[in-house]
Design a protein around this ligand. Structure first.
Ligand code: RIB
Length: 317
């Protein structure tokens, strides 16, 4: 069995700067580097680095970025037979600026990701019977997200949706989603009121459950995550770390979450894994280079007193 990620594959072009510029300002940066990214690819690599069997479904362009991106997925241990090389368009890119305080701005040019269509959904279908979980995000056209979620639900595959970047969600999508994982900004845009901190996250999660998702996890960054299902609701605090760059922290969270569920851990424990993977990802620059491997991940959990059955400091039995 494996986990499928159907989503975006980008090349991230990253500039580090003392602080984010204001409109019209020219700033001298510190450094520039190019690393594989894209929310879909980040999530699949997060899983693969934790040792989970994975399949990527998506598109790259027939350019040097595309070749590099697919080679990188393969080198990370991801099955890439269903990544289509689109001759008609460039690979997706993200222009990212990261300031010294760790905050970032990201502009995504979808390229091939924007051309993902029903043909890619058809490529995904034969993989579903051997999958436990399908991870989706919003950097591919929403019609393909809906179609693939529908197919996954019919096949009995768990659907985890990261509604990023925030979009208006068609109402038919909510009941197709097992777990939705917005951050505060995305949750606010989905529910129509500001979300910051545990109380408003709880209200937002309630709205998302009413719309039909089976579980809502609101990611609260360095504060933690709030989770609600029809049966229970709880808060999991973040692991304090020295943040260098938050790019891909949310993707790492989803990778950790899905990896734990794949390994049969409880929902609460899976959120602790998500929080741990997300925290580790903020301690390094770049998207995929910042995602923890299994040795680093296990060592971090051990250091924090997190066992498979429970978490020291967390009331999570
Ligand atoms: O979530 C982080 C990702 O968002 C980056 O890797 C960038 O490619 C954008 O898609």
């Amino acid at each position: 069995m494996s986990i499928i990620v159907f989503g975006s594959i980008n090349m991230d072009l990253v500039a580090t700067i003392p602080r984010l510029p204001v409109a019209g300002e020219t700033l001298l940066g510190r450094d520039f580097f190019q690393v594989p990214g894209g929310k879909g690819a980040n999530q699949v690599v997060a899983l693969a680095k934790l040792g989970i069997p994975t399949q990527m479904v998506g598109r790259v362009g027939a350019d040097s970025f595309g070749t590099e991106l697919v080679n990188n997925l393969k080198a990370s241990g991801v099955q890439t037979d269903h990544v289509f090389v689109d001759e008609t368009v460039n690979s997706g890119v993200a222009i990212i600026t990261v300031e010294d305080a760790g905050n970032n701005q990201i502009i995504v040019i979808p390229g091939a990701n924007g051309h993902v269509n029903q043909e890619d959904v058809e490529r995904l279908l034969p993989l579903l019977p051997r999958a436990t979980t399908l991870l989706l995000q919003f950097e591919i056209p929403i019609s393909t997200v809906v179609a693939s979620a529908k197919a996954a639900q019919q096949a009995g595959v768990t659907v985890i949706l990261d509604p990023a970047p925030a979009q208006i969600i068609p109402t038919e999508l909510y009941p197709l989603v097992d777990i939705i994982t917005p951050n505060e900004v995305e949750a606010g845009q989905l529910v129509g009121f500001p979300v910051f901190g545990e109380e408003s996250a709880k209200k937002a999660a309630t709205v998302l459950l009413q719309r039909g998702v089976k579980c809502a996890i609101v990611k609260l960054g360095d504060k933690g995550a709030f989770c609600a299902t029809p049966e229970e609701s709880f808060f999991v605090p973040a692991f304090p770390v020295q943040t260098v760059d938050t790019v891909a922290a949310g993707d790492a969270f989803n990778g950790g979450l899905a990896a734990a569920l794949f390994e049969g851990l409880s929902l609460r424990q899976a959120i602790v894994w998500g929080a741990a993977a997300g925290a580790l990802a903020t301690t390094k620059l770049g998207a995929q280079p910042s995602l923890p491997d299994r040795v680093t991940f296990d060592a971090f959990l051990k250091e924090k007193g997190v066992g498979r059955g429970g978490v020291a400091g967390y009331n999570n039995t």
